[in-house]
Write a new protein. Structure first.
Lengths: 344, 370
């Protein structure tokens, strides 16, 4: 890092905007792209902080101030105040200045941090993270964490946008980064649309990838199935409702027999007409051999009333089906042969 | 996978068994002071479960050789005893629990046979029927090409009438056993599965046809046989394919020579899932409809297990109506549906198996000699 006496820039001077190469983005840290509010501020108060440029032949490279250049161009300015570094100032030094101008005045988001770290590594003579410089610039200096963060730079745009919006957590962004880019983008779009928690996102990734693996199809094909598209397109449904429908749909695809059995069981339970004070609960995932019947009462009269209902329950064919129909997933019994059916 | 290296614990470097194995196994050998360096090498490998199949570590078993089958209390266990001759396997089945069971997963063979046989003597002295197998922590017969242990065990069991030895395998390594006077005290057993499961999930194992040919040769040599449909894997069309395996089985071997057939639906410890996904990326075996069983293992949804096991049991009954068919680690509800009976109605599963062994192998609880 430069010491106090080594500040390399000259005093600010006015630089014609058309001499600034705004297409050279190598030192850009910010992920913000909106210009209007900044232009409005500059238009009202003027440019409070001069740019930092580096001379490069007849033109200048931006070290810090990308958005300010865009805002001043939008305002129709022809010149802009800037400190201009000599062309002899190396990339490594410029990188540190660019990072410092951002990281030391505001918190960087994850992608900006990733960019800053990548810039430090790219300009380091040995291609490795200079840990002390990173720490001095308020960046993570742990090599493992830095490597993880730098991986974010390679994420597809939709995932990066989700990350910036706070819709996609770092752990999920990394998981999506391990998928094919088109699949990662499809998941990212889904998550941004549904606003799911991290656990729900994980659940959906797992469901889709496992359905795809089992059926030997592409995950993208599962995500593009018409039934899912239809749920997402429904204009009247809110995000929470859509999320429930999407999850239900995927669960049904991933665990068809289990979901069918659950629905059949629920249908039978409804036919028991249990109402209040009686509750019938199956074992978890129907794995145990028992069902549990709970009676809730406060008085002998209530218990007596329940006894009557229990007697009726014992005669209910739905209860027999619950107890004996597990092997068939509680599917309704087939109707008796036509010859034995009672006349209407 | 092929063994590429022999590591010998310094404590057994001069053991006669070690010398015998070294003379038969033509791979580079080195003596190590203890297991630590070998374990470290396995853990450092990119694929420890794969690397552990390439190094054979010869050592001494410092624990008991005879152990109880590691069943759990929630499901019915067969209650047989494990003779712990070694651990892990040279074959590479996607579903193999041993990949996750051993820490690290390393092919180990215990050369202190004298201690093992001494412990076995004590066990065989008990005046009760016992079923003892070597195929729980390893495949019983992968060791055959360079170990004479199975021949020794077959001879020892032939000299008594209280216990039966079950050698369970997916290999065809029975050639060295066929000429022995086994006196029906050794059951040769094969794990069976559909052609598709063998092709997709069982790397390096013998084909179904080869296993059945080996079983037929063993039957011709008078050995009692057993078969284990475990793991039964559920997939589209599996019932037809399992039925086809049953047809082929009984076309190859006489039903009256089969002591028992077990059926066990695929189940796995949760940790195994990520391992299978990593080591067998093309395997779909972990994407079935699993729930968490009462023992914490992932198991197929019970109605699915009930259906496929019943179908398989019915197919077996058609060909071998008197054969003892049992379920591995299932509860009464599944038993009743698949087999029409619960173990308790037959006096318990261990008793069912003891009786089958007694019938087929000529056991007698009170007798020790021939």
């Amino acid at each position: 890092m430069a010491s106090e006496g080594e500040w390399p820039a000259a005093d600010p001077r006015r630089v014609p905007l058309d001499e600034i190469d705004a297409d050279d983005l190598r030192f850009r840290i910010t992920t913000r792209s909106e210009i209007d509010p900044l232009a409005a501020s500059i238009g009202r108060l003027g440019l409070l902080q001069p740019l930092l440029l580096r001379a490069s032949g007849r033109r200048c490279t931006i070290v810090s101030g990308f958005r300010r250049v865009a805002a001043c161009r939008q305002l129709g300015w022809r010149e802009i105040p800037a400190r201009v570094l000599s062309h002899a100032v190396g990339d490594a030094r410029c990188a540190r200045l660019a990072i410092g101008e951002n990281a030391l005045v505001r918190p960087l988001n994850l992608l900006e941090t990733a960019r800053a770290l990548a810039l430090l590594v790219a300009t380091a003579p040995d291609g490795r993270l200079p840990a002390e410089d990173a720490a001095a610039l308020a960046l993570p200096s742990h090599a493992g964490l830095a490597a993880r963060l730098m991986g974010l730079e390679r994420l597809p745009a939709a995932v990066r946008e989700g990350l910036l919006e706070g819709v996609i957590a770092l752990a999920m962004a990394e998981a999506l980064g391990r998928l094919a880019p088109d699949v990662a983008c499809a998941f990212a779009r889904l998550f941004r649309e549904l606003g799911l928690s991290l656990n729900r996102q994980r659940e959906i990734v797992s469901l889709v990838t496992e359905i795809a693996a089992r059926e030997r199809r592409a995950a993208l094909a599962i995500l593009s199935e018409p039934e899912l598209e239809e749920i997402l397109r429904a204009p009247e449904a809110d995000r929470g409702h859509k999320a429930r429908l999407v999850r239900r749909r995927l669960h049904r695809r991933r665990f068809p027999a289990i979901r069918r059995a659950e629905e059949n069981f629920e249908s039978l339970r409804r036919r028991l007409d249990l109402r209040e004070h009686l509750q019938l609960t199956p074992s978890r995932d129907f794995e145990g051999t028992h069902v549990t019947l709970t009676l809730t009462f406060e008085t002998l009269e209530e218990l007596s009333e329940l006894r009557g209902r229990l007697d009726a329950l014992l005669l209910n064919p739905a209860l027999r089906r619950i107890l004996e129909g597990k092997a068939e997933g509680f599917a309704p019994e087939p109707p008796p042969p036509a010859a034995h059916r009672p006349s209407p | 996978m092929t063994i590429t290296e022999l590591c010998i614990d310094a404590g057994v470097a001069d053991h006669p068994q070690t010398a015998e194995i070294r003379s038969r196994l033509a791979v580079p050998a080195r003596v190590v002071p203890g297991p630590a360096a070998v374990f470290a090498e396995i853990w450092a490998a990119e694929d420890p479960a794969g690397r552990g199949k390439q190094i054979l570590y010869l050592t001494r078993n410092r624990g008991p050789f005879l152990k109880a089958c590691p069943g759990t209390r929630h499901y019915t266990c067969c209650g047989y005893r494990i003779l712990h001759i070694g651990s892990y396997c040279t074959m590479d089945c996607a579903y193999c629990i041993l990949q996750a069971y051993f820490h690290p997963p390393l092919l180990q063979y215990y050369v202190n046979h004298e201690e093992m046989l001494s412990e076995l003597e004590n066990c065989l002295a008990a005046p009760v029927i016992q079923r003892i197998g070597t195929g729980e922590f390893t495949d019983s017969l992968i060791w055959e090409p360079w170990s004479g242990l199975s021949r020794r065990l077959v001879r020892r069991f032939a000299a008594q009438r209280r216990a039966v030895l079950e050698l369970k395998t997916k290999t065809v390594n029975v050639g060295g056993l066929l000429d022995l006077d086994h006196r029906r005290k050794t059951i040769l057993a094969w794990s069976l599965n559909t052609e598709r499961v063998i092709r997709e999930q069982e790397r390096g194992t013998a084909s179904l046809g080869a296993r059945l040919r080996a079983a037929a040769e063993s039957a011709a040599a008078g050995y009692p046989l057993a078969f284990h449909f475990d793991p039964v894997v559920i997939y589209e069309g599996c019932e037809t394919e399992y039925r086809r395996v049953v047809e082929r089985l009984f076309a190859a071997v006489p039903p009256e020579q089969v002591v028992w057939i077990s059926l066990g639906a695929f189940r796995f410890m949760p940790d195994l899932k990520a391992l299978i996904q990593r080591r067998f990326p093309d395997s779909c075996i972990v994407y079935g409809e699993f729930i968490t069983g009462l023992d914490g293992k992932a198991r197929y949804f019970k109605p699915l297990r009930m259906q496929v096991l019943r179908c398989l049991a019915q197919a077996i009954r058609e060909f071998a109506p008197h054969c003892c068919v049992y379920l591995c680690m299932e509860d009464d509800e599944v038993w009743r549906h698949a087999l029409g009976v619960t173990p308790a109605e037959r006096g318990g599963l261990p008793r069912m198996l003891d009786e089958a062994a007694t019938r087929h192998c000529g056991l007698a609880a009170g007798e020790s000699g021939r």
